[in-house]
Design a protein around this ligand. Structure first.
Ligand code: BGC
Length: 754
């Protein structure tokens, strides 16, 4: 298997080199190995009937996915009439899309409806917390429901397909798109991926589902040094252990489409990468749906220097089973000519059209092209009270309490005067993050407004911006004295610090993981007052909060919490809602630790705690290697105690199971929900193993004083790893099982797999 893998990679790479060099004609894309995965293109009689009626130009038009620049006008309508627009992105609203649909159906020769697509990443009009935040809830039904709410709104506004879920694994918070996925752990990320696919595609409301697109296949999150679009240099092992699992989960959940990444895997851009697309995605993962490019990635083959010209790029992409061309317009412009010249097999074009038509069929457009554009439904659905409440619940569940010394939170009744300080206290747009859908910042409840609504007259609030956020510059030092003055006059300070929406998300790479601008200095100055400080962090990524935590009594990671973010923060600060989120990603202690994640592999030399004198350990000489807050960590207003682990047997057979359980008691005064986590470590294996790997978790609701048992059934699939031959492998021997409230504070037991 391994040899076969290597051989295929070699063919693709050597061909690309020749294209870039002088022997262009000796290695044109048509002479590449024949497309391998043509077997199972989904189709039906309706699709075949439409296809057989299309001219070559119209077929190429079906593969064309574009956005219309500027105001809609006659030139756009004419493109539709000519059958050049198979799908549209960034065209929104039931009325507008119905109008365009009518032109396509009634005025184009073949009358094929348009598929309307959009980036519905975490909400459409009612904006939910960013996906990284949602993952912090570990609440799969809630995550699924959140996607369903987004689907219903988008569908009502004339959209039938979203470019989500994004499932790129990232262990580098410098990469701005860490905001968009589910964090660092492949197991949690896979469950979240499946939940989001189901939420979009099965929103449970008749034709209010939308089709999901899992993206970006694959390895984009490994962009080197946190710079977006940078090369990725992944081993076959890391690809399979870390990056592929959430894609597999989405495919298994029947995701309709896959979007290809911008990046190059093993030197070959994904759009051209036959090994990744044909062997791995279509072959191994068994995906037989539509594959689309990311923005202009066909054209990018030329930019990246692996195709000599746009014709070669187009041939390469269609030969690699890339069915839909987003924004490059190369398929629509070049495919008919390339087919006529014999450089592209028309069969490939037909198969791609079948894929597009299958999506239109699944969306119900072939049977009823106008049925999904209902202006009345749109009015009812967008920002409905139910949707707003659902996103607030999601925001509440996603926030993570990182520190709470001396029960600073929830705010005590004795607190009468609160100084709210910080450049994000009144922020609205920033609470929606980089992918705000069609969200309107004026609909967003700021944290200041949320606090005022929650506490009414019982607390007197003052406000000071504290510093300016002027890109990454250190601006606004002159505002600090007023903030300090307010703090001096208050019983409690609420600092609201973070980053602006454009600082993370696509193209949102950052070299420094310290809060932008003078925010840390502001906090230090306020801390000088000696007043208790609760700091709320608004961010799309883990920042290094070491100094923030040192200067704060309480820290709440609020992420970018969406439309009702201010209400959710206020309800947590008041104690109406007991925080229950747990970090889906490690928060570094120092930015030099990046990439940092909990499931590091065992090495020959030990990991020592803290800063050690032992030179021969795999640790730093200047700072601890431990993070500030580990994966899985999150506090509550109550406390939980864990019993030792009970195993129902000391050993298990390969086809058997073993049950590990702990009793968890709520030892505090308020009800809470605890995420009980199970990790496993394979003590001796033929491939180095992570020191622990999340394998299961359960959510326990516990009243004060209540004890419940968390029970986990371990079967052989939880003990498998990617073997030397890159296949799932299970080896008998001893295993550690760990259970606890996060990836560090763990009870431990051992068992043997016979
Ligand atoms: C992004 C995709 C997005 C697409 C369409 C690209 O630049 O990488 O994630 O879906 O634009 O907006």
């Amino acid at each position: 298997m391994r040899n076969a893998v290597k051989l295929k990679s070699l063919i693709a790479t050597s061909c690309a080199v020749l294209i870039a060099g002088t022997l262009i004609s000796a290695c044109s894309a048509t002479q590449k190995p024949a497309n391998k995965a043509q077997a199972s293109v989904p189709t039906n009689a309706q699709i075949e009937a439409i296809l057989s009626n299309l001219t070559l130009e119209e077929k190429a038009g079906q593969l064309n996915l574009i956005n219309f620049e500027g105001e809609l006008g006659e030139e756009h309508y004419e493109m539709i009439r000519q059958g050049k627009v198979g799908s549209l992105l960034k065209s929104n609203g039931a009325a507008q899309n119905l109008k365009l649909q009518k032109i396509a159906v009634e005025q184009s020769r073949a009358g094929v409806p348009i598929l309307f697509q959009e980036d519905v990443i975490h909400g459409y009009k009612t904006i939910a917390p960013i996906p990284l935040a949602e993952a912090a809830s570990w609440d799969l039904p809630a995550i699924q429901h959140s996607a369903a709410v987004a689907a219903r709104e988008a569908s009502a506004a004339g959209i039938q397909l979203t470019y989500a879920p994004m499932v790129d694994m990232s262990r580098d918070p410098r990469w701005g798109r860490i905001i968009e996925a589910a964090g660092e752990d492949p197991y949690l990320a896979s469950l979240v991926a499946a939940a989001r696919v189901k939420g979009f595609q099965e929103s449970g409301e008749g034709n209010q589902n939308i089709l999901a697109t899992v993206k970006h296949f694959a390895g984009y999150g490994a962009a080197l040094a946190g710079r977006d679009y940078n090369i990725q240099d992944l081993s076959e092992r890391e690809l399979r252990e870390v990056h592929l699992p959430p894609f597999k989960a989405a495919v298994d959940a029947d995701v309709a489409a896959v979007m290809i990444a911008y990046t190059a895997h093993d030197g070959v851009p994904l759009t051209a990468n036959e090994y990744m697309v044909q062997d791995v995605l279509q072959g191994e993962l068994g995906f037989n749906g539509l594959i689309m490019t990311d923005w202009a990635t066909i054209y990018n083959l030329e930019r990246a220097g692996v195709s000599a010209n746009e014709e070669d790029a187009t041939i390469t992409a269609i030969n690699n089973n890339i069915h839909m061309d987003m924004a490059a317009k190369k398929y629509v412009e070049l495919l008919p000519k390339l087919v006529r010249e014999g450089k592209v097999d028309e069969q490939l074009v037909d198969d791609a059209v079948r894929q597009v038509l299958m999506l239109k069929y699944k969306a119900g457009l072939l049977d009823d092209p106008y049925g999904r554009f209902d202006v009345e439904l749109e009015k009812k659905e967008l920002l409905s009270a139910e949707n707003v409440e659902a996103t607030k619940q999601m925001a509440l569940k996603s926030m993570v309490l990182l520190k709470n010394s001396d029960n600073t939170l929830p705010i005590a009744d004795s607190v009468k005067k609160v100084a709210v300080i910080g450049p994000f206290a009144k922020a609205q747009k920033d609470l929606m993050g980089w992918w705000p859908g069609l969200g309107d910042e004026n609909d967003v409840v700021s944290i200041m407004a949320g606090l005022e609504q929650e506490f009414g007259d019982s607390i007197e609030f003052t406000y000071a911006q504290g510093v300016e956020i002027d890109r990454f510059n250190k601006a606004g030092a002159d505002l600090i004295p007023e903030a300090v003055k307010n703090a001096e006059a208050a019983d409690l300070v609420i600092m609201v610090l973070g980053e602006q929406e454009w600082m993370s998300g696509e193209g949102g790479g950052t070299a420094s993981l310290h809060l932008p601008g003078l925010q840390e200095q502001l906090l230090a100055a306020v801390a000088e007052t000696g007043k208790p400080i609760a700091t709320v962090i608004v961010s799309g990524r883990p920042y290094v909060l070491t100094d923030v935590a040192n200067h704060s009594d309480a820290v709440l990671q609020a992420w970018m919490p969406g439309t009702t973010g201010g209400n959710a923060v206020a309800e947590i600060l008041s104690g109406k809602f007991n925080p229950q989120g747990k970090l889906p990603v490690t928060f570094p202690y120092h930015q030099g630790q990046v990439p940092i994640f909990y499931s590091y592999k065992k090495t020959s030399h030990p990991f020592m705690e803290g800063v050690t004198e032992d030179r021969y350990s795999t640790t730093y000489r200047d700072v601890q290697h431990e993070p500030l807050y580990p994966f899985g960590f999150g506090l509550s207003y109550t406390e939980y105690s864990y019993s030792d682990i009970k195993l129902n047997s000391a050993s298990m057979a390969l086809d058997g199971s073993i049950v590990a359980s702990v009793d968890v008691t709520n030892t505090g005064d308020v009800a809470g929900r605890e995420v009980v986590q199970l990790y496993i470590h394979d003590k001796v294996a033929s491939v180095t193993q992570p020191v622990k790997l999340l394998k299961d978790f359960t959510l326990l609701e516990l009243a004060p004083g209540e004890t419940k048992t968390a029970e986990f059934t371990i079967t052989a699939d939880k003990l498998s790893f990617i073997g030397i031959d890159y296949q799932p492998t299970i080896e008998s021997g001893d295993f550690d099982v760990f259970i606890g409230p996060d990836s560090v504070q763990l009870k431990q037991a051992e068992f043997t797999l016979n």
